[in-house]
Design a protein around this ligand. Sequence first.
Ligand SMILES: C[S@@+](CC[C@H](N)C(=O)[O-])C[C@H]1O[C@@H](n2cnc3c(N)ncnc32)[C@H](O)[C@@H]1O
Length: 251
Amino acid sequence: MRCMALIYDHIRHAGNAGDVIKHLILGEAVDHQLSAGLIYAESHAGYPGYILKPGGEWTSGIGRLWARRGDFIGFSYIQALERLNPSDLLAYPGSTCLAMMVAEEAGFSLRVEAWDIDPLAGPAWSSLDAFPHDLRFHTGDGFSGVEELLEEEAGLLLIDPPLIERTDVERSARLLGLAAKSGWTVLFWYMADIERPRLPASVETYSIEFAKAGLECDRWKEAAVAVSGSRELCERIRERTSEFMELVENW
Ligand SMILES: C[S@@+](CC[C@H](N)C(=O)[O-])C[C@H]1O[C@@H](n2cnc3c(N)ncnc32)[C@H](O)[C@@H]1O
């Protein structure tokens, strides 16, 4: 019997508590790594952006922070969201667009290599030709796509799998290891309630329990981002995640 492919639809999840942690750290990492011609790669990019509909998962994610966004304005992630939403929170950038927005704000353009297996994502990306970045979107498997890219000059990689295939965690950990060996800076996002990935000893992991941050995310309790990068980057992410937690815990 053939197994049905598992389908993941990020539209339902955009802006949820997991995205908040992921995108907060991503914004800081992009801002830290910026340099002329930086390669930014994503193995699981999703769509350029999402419209936030009433009652969506975002309401217990970014929706909870939005009223107090002034407290978080030092974070590149919140700054990008504000530029996209000058008044009400209506639109949410996908991670790749967030990376491009952070770079643009600092006056840089990126070379972007993004993969997603969803055949509907490609047309959404091709409507973005006005972006001032060297952007290539590839429809297909991001694990193998990024692996081929690793031979090229190193850059910043986000691995953000849907975690619905049993092999997603293992393949992500493997890709992180390969990319790190090739000199790439890597962020790997996962729900920390799932099995803990086996990662190289040099990798630092930043995890946030949703309840402690005043957020909720369906049945999940904790998200983590594993970071393989320079000591300076890790220090920045450590400081910024602590700052974020202090802000939300002192509400
Ligand atoms: C968590 S979502 C990505 C969200 C996006 N990175 C963001 O933060 O805005 C995971 C994505 O992985 C895609 N996907 C699933 N399996 C894949 C594979 N083997 N290669 C590339 N993309 C895949 C899904 O279509 C989905 O869009």
